[in-house]
Design a protein around this ligand. Structure first.
Ligand SMILES: *[C@@H]1O[C@H](CO)[C@@H](O)[C@H](O)[C@H]1NC(C)=O
Ligand SMILES: *[C@@H]1O[C@H](CO)[C@@H](O)[C@H](O)[C@H]1NC(C)=O
Ligand SMILES: *[C@@H]1O[C@H](CO)[C@@H](O)[C@H](O)[C@H]1NC(C)=O
Ligand SMILES: *[C@@H]1O[C@H](CO)[C@@H](O)[C@H](O)[C@H]1NC(C)=O
Ligand SMILES: *[C@@H]1O[C@H](CO)[C@@H](O)[C@H](O)[C@H]1NC(C)=O
Ligand SMILES: [Fe+2]
Length: 470
């Protein structure tokens, strides 16, 4: 063993001693060895308070909203009535107005194996005022239910806005903790960027879709009041040809609406929206994305349309991460990375959020786009044009945490920890955004990992485009 090896080893040991609660490997960033509380990974029982059916005949349940247009002046309201179709209209009015308007939607239902859904309503409200609180009411006669939402400000480069980030939520006691921590976080999220894997109903025999209904009732307490921006994950596939369910995404597509047409998409599984100073592109990891496929063609046309003078923050959501150093699902996102990483670097995407791996991880700004089959340039390198990749698949579902990490921690990995939690992306203005990751075991205000993001388009004088502040 050479002197240099011994010296390096000594430095490593020293670093470990200095960072007492964190293990820093020489190769990469931080692998937190924080020990979370014991979790049992069981779904909350059907009679749990969070799954309570609202009282009254045919009472609307599973009420949730999402953005309903491209700019933020539209809202899609979805709800389910159990006994009969009832009304498809939503009554709505601005907080400071007595004028009530009504929008008309439509109703769908579906069968899945031997399950029959309730009457699932979707209604798009258009042409609302920006930055305004609205009340809305769904249901008929005796059993109407009233909620509210706040529209975002008009898109513009310096409009501050706060997004929540949750992935792989499920419906365990941990899921409930994650949602509670999101709700009680003093940095109030105004809209949720949900990176896929919603109910985990598919882990039940015959994908018992009753667990889709319970999930809809569980998230209502947040999703009826602020838009949840949907991304489809593998647990939305519900593809089981053995029991006659050979069409993917049937429960998901019936239950969740997205405003895909306004971004010229041909599928609800990939689309874009503008919200305040952010341009958000949602992709589908489980739909064809190779060259010439509809998703590829759409994204190819979409990226040049983003006007960074109007919406400086370009954010991509997908379920399966392109950079993840956990053992579970290792390299599953590799095909997507090979296809799209050059575009993300070229268009200076700010952040790519993903789920799938049930843990948290944040990358350095790296790219791996030089490889051409024969040149051996196949390792990620620092790249100031590259996005930060954040895996936030730690919502708390019944499958538990992905605890096994590849060793040593690769250089591209800046921070990783297997704990349940959520993220907050707090956009301040065209140049600065702050990202914080909150683990459920800490207090509501505590950030276990955080960083300032400097915009990819509005270049700054700072020597490094991202650095960690603790
Ligand atoms: C659906 O089929 C499963 C398995 O045969 C059975 O346990 C369940 O009770 C059935 N559900 C309905 C609604 O018929
Ligand atoms: C609505 O409420 C009225 C008065 O309480 C009651 O008479 C009527 O039966 C209710 N209608 C339904 C559909 O429950
Ligand atoms: C879920 O969390 C909410 C809010 O903290 C709490 O009121 C409720 O009792 C919890 N439900 C379960 C089943 O843990
Ligand atoms: C981009 O947005 C800016 C600011 O809103 C606007 O002035 C400009 O005209 C837009 N550019 C294009 C090509 O639409
Ligand atoms: C943008 O926000 C950052 C962080 O809050 C602040 O330091 C900076 O001065 C702001 N820039 C402008 C132009 O207001
Ligand atoms: Fe997943």
């Amino acid at each position: 063993m050479g002197m240099k090896r011994v010296y390096t080893g000594f430095l490593c040991l020293l670093t470990v001693l200095i960072l007492s609660s964190r293990v820093r490997l020489c190769d990469g960033g931080i692998s937190s060895n924080y020990v979370r509380k014991y979790n049992s990974n069981v779904d909350m029982p059907l009679n749990s308070d969070v799954f309570r059916v609202p009282p009254g005949y045919n009472a609307p349940q599973q009420v949730y909203i999402t953005q309903g247009d491209h700019e933020g002046k539209g809202v899609i309201v979805s709800w389910t009535t159990p006994d009969e179709p009832g009304s498809n209209s939503v009554l709505y009015w601005a907080e400071n107005s007595n004028v009530k308007s009504s929008a008309e939607g439509f109703v769908v239902s579906y069968r899945y194996y031997n399950y029959t859904s309730g009457y699932i309503h979707h209604c798009t409200i258009k042409d609302l005022e920006f930055d305004t609180k609205y009340y809305y009411e769904v249901g008929l006669e005796n059993t109407t239910r009233k909620f509210w939402f706040v529209t975002p400000p008009k898109p513009g480069p310096d409009v501050p806005y706060t997004f929540g980030l949750i992935g792989d939520l499920g419906q365990t006691y941990d899921s409930n903790n994650t949602l509670t921590h999101y709700e009680l976080n003093p940095l109030k999220g105004q809209a949720m960027l949900f990176v896929g894997d919603l109910s985990y109903a598919d882990n039940y025999p015959f994908h018992n879709n009753i667990r889709w209904d319970t999930w809809g009732r569980f998230i209502e307490r947040s999703a009826a009041y602020q838009p949840w921006i949907w991304t489809a994950g593998n647990h939305e596939l519900d593809f089981v040809p053995e029991i006659g369910e050979s069409k993917p995404f049937v429960p998901y597509k019936h239950r969740f609406s997205t405003p895909y047409r306004v971004s010229d998409s041909t599928s609800p599984l990939w689309y874009s929206i503008k919200r305040a100073s952010a341009y958000i592109i949602v992709m589908s990891s489980y739909s064809a994305f190779g060259t010439y496929t509809p998703q590829w063609k759409w994204l190819k046309n979409e990226l040049p349309k983003v006007n960074r003078s109007e919406t400086p923050w370009l954010i991509i959501l997908m379920h399966c991460p392109m950079y993840s150093s956990y053992v579970h699902h290792y390299m599953e996102g590799e095909t997507m990375r090979v296809m799209y990483e050059p575009w993300f670097v070229n268009y200076k995407v700010d952040v790519v959020f993903a789920g799938h791996v049930h843990a948290y991880e944040r990358s350095e700004r790296v790219s791996n786009v030089a490889y051409n089959i024969i040149n051996r340039k196949c390792s990620p390198v620092r790249d100031e044009s590259a996005p930060v990749y954040i895996t936030i698949g730690d919502g708390g579902n019944q499958e538990g945490l992905a605890t096994e990490m590849t060793q040593p921690q690769p250089r591209y990995s800046a921070y990783r920890e297997a704990s349940f939690g959520h993220g907050i992306l707090d956009i301040k203005n065209r140049t600065h955004a702050y990202f914080g990751w909150h683990r459920n075991d800490d207090g509501y205000a505590v950030e276990a990992d955080s960083l300032w993001l400097f915009n990819r388009y509005w270049k700054l004088d700072e020597p490094s485009a991202s650095h960690v502040m603790r």
